[in-house]
Design a protein. Structure first.
Length: 387
């Protein structure tokens, strides 16, 4: 709450308590990893990669540490953790917890500093064997290029511009609104998986617009210390200015403001009230580029085929949602969307499932068994005497 500005209720539930679930899932999955497997003429073993340079972002300062450090350690690696310069204190507390838990000295190490310097040093350091990174696509590509110069393992969890498709057969879209708003508004929209593009039937656009405006009052903006607050400030002046530029850009591109507007100069705290653009064309920059703020684009479509085409018309492929009255049809549409994760109706997140993206959204997977295997390398033994 103090470092990021996350409202206290959301911080306690999503940023903190949920991480116990993640850690437990990794520990359980680690027992299922086959570290040695016999084949007809060989034995294949999984070994640690070595020293892993974990580079984590500011938007989920504890969760992103858990997603990288815990599986790396469980698979026998040692870790050098470089958290965001915007949220280093959360990382300090986490590393202190490892020390108090009795992990051997040197197992997990913490360095801090400006990302443009420290991240690059990790990427090229000869003793670092792997770079798992979460952050923007632009930064991730640069880091990967630096790391690959030394032929290091790379895992990238990058940006997103995720579609939420409301199918025409739904009699009432009201139950879908909280699912959408929880994704794009909570954490002030600073979530890589945020459902930032809402695709709706053109014939029902007015109905959808009325619902969105009606439910917006359920998400009050305010002091993150207040338990009633759902949306706190964005993380920094830099992020505030980025979101502001995109809102100005959307107005200039001809999108219609349904709610909110260009953020006013803040008196205290970098607050951005929710912004909803409608009549958005998918070729607009606000529909193609990751804003990382509480900004929703409503895009109308004529047919389900067009909805799928619009959903896939993006360089990203991290997350998506399909909401439909017929679960069978919703599943069929979900299979056609190019994304690493697709939620169907109110389906919950599964920490055992792989998390990661297609295209510009990244390389590799986090979570469960798949997330553990990222931190291993394979060795085949050919020993005739053992067969």
């Amino acid at each position: 709450m103090k470092e990021l500005g996350a409202p206290v209720g959301f911080a306690a539930n999503a940023h903190c308590d949920y991480q116990y679930v993640r850690v437990a899932s990794y520990i359980e999955a680690a027992a299922q990893v086959k570290l040695e497997e016999a084949f007809p003429a060989s034995t294949v073993i999984r070994e640690p990669v070595g020293v892993v340079g974990c580079i984590t972002p500011w938007n989920y300062p504890l969760g992103q540490i858990v997603q990288k450090v815990v599986p790396a350690l469980l698979m026998g690696n040692t870790v050098v953790l470089k958290p965001s310069q915007s949220t280093p204190l959360t990382a300090c507390l986490m590393v202190e917890a490892f020390r108090r838990a009795g992990f051997p000295k040197g197992t997990i190490n913490l360095i801090s500093g400006r990302g443009s310097r420290a991240d690059a040093r990790l990427a090229v350091h000869p003793k670092i064997a792997m770079i798992p990174f979460t952050g923007s696509t632009e930064v991730g590509v640069k880091l990967a290029q630096q790391a690959l110069a030394g032929v290091k393992h790379v895992s990238l969890e990058l940006g997103g511009k995720s579609p939420c498709v409301w199918l025409p057969d739904v009699p009432d879209y009201a139950p879908a609104v909280p699912l959408l708003f929880n994704s794009i508004l909570l954490n002030s929209g600073q979530t890589c998986t945020a459902l930032s593009r809402l695709l709706v039937p053109k014939s029902r656009l007015a109905e959808v617009e009325a619902l969105l405006v009606e439910h917006l009052s359920d998400y009050p903006v305010g002091n993150p210390v207040d338990p009633k607050t759902k949306i706190g400030p964005v993380a920094s002046k830099s992020q505030y200015e980025t979101v502001k530029r995109y809102v100005e850009l959307g107005v200039g591109e001809g999108a219609r403001l349904l709610a909110g507007g260009v953020p006013e100069a803040p008196v205290k705290g970098w607050y951005v009230k929710p912004v909803i653009f409608t009549d958005v064309r998918n070729d607009m920059r606000i529909a193609q580029e990751e804003i990382f703020g509480p900004v929703l684009c409503v895009i109308p479509y004529e047919t389900v085929d067009e909805a799928v085409e619009l959903a896939n018309d993006t360089p990203y492929g991290l997350n998506a949602m399909v909401y439909g009255a017929s679960r069978a049809q919703a599943c069929a549409v979900a299979r056609r969307i190019n994304a690493g994760n697709v939620y169907i109706n109110d389906g919950p997140r599964d920490v055992y499932a792989p998390f990661g993206g297609y295209g510009a959204s990244g390389i590799g997977r986090e979570g469960g068994l798949y997330g553990l295997l990222e931190f291993t390398q394979l060795k085949a033994l050919f020993d005739h005497s053992t067969f």
